[in-house]
Design a binder for this molecule. Structure first.
Ligand SMILES: C[S@@+](CC[C@H](N)C(=O)[O-])C[C@H]1O[C@@H](n2cnc3c(N)ncnc32)[C@H](O)[C@@H]1O
Length: 305
């Protein structure tokens, strides 16, 4: 690559997140106008509810679909058991998503259709009628998903999440849990219950940046996994490349959480996951495609309990 092209790529990489902040800012007047038109004055007067409505418009209507499109080439193989050391591999090296699944921070359901892509889906108690669909050209998948709990506390996202579930034909498998993961086992907060030690897989896609008290809550989530259960993770994390990239990321993070629905840019999520409890196997890394000037670097991988 020529030097000018490289400099252009570095500048675009470094400035990209500011563009995301501008997009989010441009969304706020539309959100306020829509709330005024709908007469939802109580939402306008509550900073937390306004932030939820704003984030819903920004993520579901603007940023999320593009991010989902770009990340799918890594996330779908990850859930098929075709990822190692942060990269996608041709052969299946681990089990695909299966059994009872918790999807943390399901959002507006941008990823709901992937459950049909990565595994067979069969509602609990359903007989031999397995609705099967594999990705074309992929290795044989061994997963059969029987239940998905989509944990999403932002109720503004539920209508879109419900539509995504219906579109994927997953109504009898996918259940929306309308609370944060910190309230998953609180029967006074929602009308269901997930037992600790009963979950086969946890899926977290770009959401551990947004949960409260990550050390405590990731540790809690760990307890929901069965022995041998797997946590599939695709998250953005703190820059580890250098002190100056970390400083630049910290500067951005002065504005980021206020404008991107409470998302924190510089969490050490891999460390927090490693320390959540004993793991039998950890296969995680940063996708090698990400350059040093990636201000929002990711981790991709599987933690097996
Ligand atoms: C950046 S969005 C990602 C949504 C979705 N995973 C996606 O990729 O489109 C982060 C999500 O985490 C959710 N979230 C925030 N706090 C949470 C909590 N305590 N428990 C579970 N999810 C939470 C937010 O409401 C939001 O939908």
């Amino acid at each position: 690559m020529s030097l000018p092209s490289h400099i252009r790529d570095v500048l675009l990489g470094l400035l990209g997140p500011w563009n995301m902040l501008l997009m989010s800012a441009s969304c706020l007047p539309k959100t306020i106008l829509a709330l005024l038109r709908q007469g939802k004055y109580a939402v306008l007067l509550s900073p937390a509810r306004l932030q939820d409505a704003w984030f819903n418009d920004f993520w579901g209507g603007m940023a999320g679909p593009n991010i989902r499109r770009d990340a799918a080439v890594r996330v779908i193989p990850l859930l098929q058991g075709r990822a190692s050391k942060g990269d996608v591999v041709d052969e299946q090296v681990g089990p695909a998503l299966a059994g009872t699944v918790i999807e943390v921070g399901a959002g507006s359901g941008l990823w709901v259709d992937m459950y049909r892509e990565v595994a067979s889906v069969r509602a609990e108690g359903e007989g031999g009628d397995v609705r099967r669909r594999n990705v074309e050209g992929s290795a044989a998948v061994d997963g059969v998903i029987t239940r998905v709990y989509g944990v999403e506390p932002n109720r503004d996202q539920h209508p879109a999440l419900r539509r995504a579930i219906a579109k994927a034909g997953l109504e009898d498998v996918y259940r929306i849990v309308p609370v944060g993961i910190e309230d998953l086992d609180d029967a006074t907060k929602w009308d269901g219950r997930v037992e600790k030690g009963s979950v086969d897989c946890i899926v977290s896609i770009l959401c551990l940046c947004s949960i409260p008290d990550p050390e405590k809550n990731i540790g809690e989530l760990y307890q929901y996994l069965k022995k041998g259960g797997r946590w599939y993770v695709y998250e953005h994390v703190r820059c580890e490349h250098s002190w100056y990239m970390r400083a630049y990321q910290s500067l951005l993070n002065l504005f980021w959480p206020h404008m991107i629905g409470g998302c924190q840019l510089n969490r050490q999520t891999e460390k927090t996951l490693r320390e959540a409890g004993p793991w039998e196997k950890i296969d995680v890394g940063q996708p090698p495609i990400e350059p040093w000037y990636q201000v929002v670097p990711h981790i991709l991988g599987v933690f097996t309990k």
